[in-house]
Design a protein around this ligand. Structure first.
Ligand SMILES: Nc1ncnc2c1ncn2[C@@H]1O[C@H](COP(=O)(O)OP(=O)(O)OP(=O)(O)O)[C@@H](O)[C@H]1O
Ligand SMILES: O=C(O)CCCC[C@@H]1SC[C@@H]2NC(=O)N[C@@H]21
Length: 263
């Protein structure tokens, strides 16, 4: 039994909604699936919208990064949800839930070595299998919209950008993978974890995320604005801060992009 099934089973069956109405929009070519959903207006009874593209002309990564993906080879998709129930200060839980959904779906393909690299990359060993770009829109003190955009390397076997350590499922497994089947599994897991979030399972999600963290336990090399240092991960706070302890015992707290893992 998967962890998410066990955790959902702890909640009363009456509050576990099994089916979410999910609209899927399939696009051949688009600038970016995240940008597409930013201007999309969902129907009133559409809690979750998925936009998936075969090719992006301007796929966006974290910050100024771009995302490399050969046409038709990989999964490029974004999920739009409206998590008004989640306190704004805890919004990183969405990121954790999405990363866990990816990890659980990938477990059907790769048995070991899939970890979640803070904040939300998926790593296989020391290589990057997937990157996520999350964009949220606040309104009236709530998270009105959250776009969870995923680039997952599936069947690409040669990478041409300056990406330092890409890897695809095909490279790991030695054979191609059916992208539609994989997307279906991911969206189902995403929906499960989203329900857990709706039910207030914050501690469970946080615990599962910490358990799955890349470089969890022990000292590892990091780099911040002051240089390289050895650090040990203490925790990731619900607002997304990464808390490290250095060899002197000092606690260091970082927002996205303020610290880098030396891989
Ligand atoms: N298909 C791909 N697979 C893996 N990495 C890719 C791919 N396409 C682009 N990259 C790029 O690889 C680079 C490294 O990714 P990473 O997220 O580690 O960024 P970073 O800004 O160097 O550091 P950080 O770890 O702090 O986020 C980024 O520029 C990322 O956009
Ligand atoms: O830099 C990263 O690691 C994040 C990469 C996110 C790429 C995905 S591809 C689908 C979605 N649309 C985009 O433009 N970006 C995300």
């Amino acid at each position: 039994m998967r962890i998410i099934d066990a955790v959902l089973g702890l909640f009363k069956p009456s509050v576990v909604t099994t089916e979410t109405k999910i609209k899927t929009i399939r696009l051949e070519t688009v600038d970016s699936t995240n940008s597409f959903l930013r201007t999309y207006t969902p129907a009133a009874d559409e809690p979750m919208t998925v936009a998936v593209a075969a090719y992006q002309t301007a796929g966006r990564g974290q910050g100024a990064n771009t995302w490399e993906s050969e046409a038709g080879k990989n999964l490029l998709f974004s999920v739009l949800v409206h998590p008004v129930m989640l306190p704004v200060r805890s919004r990183f839980l969405l990121s954790e839930a999405g990363a866990l959904a990816l990890k659980e779906a990938l477990a059907d393909y790769v048995k070991d070595d899939i970890r979640l690299k803070w904040p939300n990359d998926i790593y296989w060993k020391d290589r990057k299998l997937s990157g996520t770009l999350i964009e949220t829109k606040l309104g009236g003190g709530h998270i009105k919209d959250c776009i969870f955009g995923v680039g997952l390397n599936v069947n690409q076997t040669v990478f041409h950008s300056d990406a330092p350590n890409p890897v695809s499922l095909c490279q790991i497994l030695g054979h191609e993978v059916d992208k539609d089947e994989l997307l279906d599994k991911i969206i189902r897991k995403f929906s499960d974890f989203y329900h857990l979030l709706e039910m207030g399972g914050y501690n469970d999600i946080s615990a599962m995320y910490h358990e799955a963290l890349y470089r969890r336990g022990g000292f590892h090399r990091f780099r911040d604005a002051d240089g390289d240092f050895d650090g040990s991960i203490i925790e990731v706070e619900d607002d997304g801060h990464l808390i490290l302890r250095d060899r002197n015992g000092s606690i260091r707290s970082y927002q996205f992009k303020e610290v880098e893992f030396i891989v």
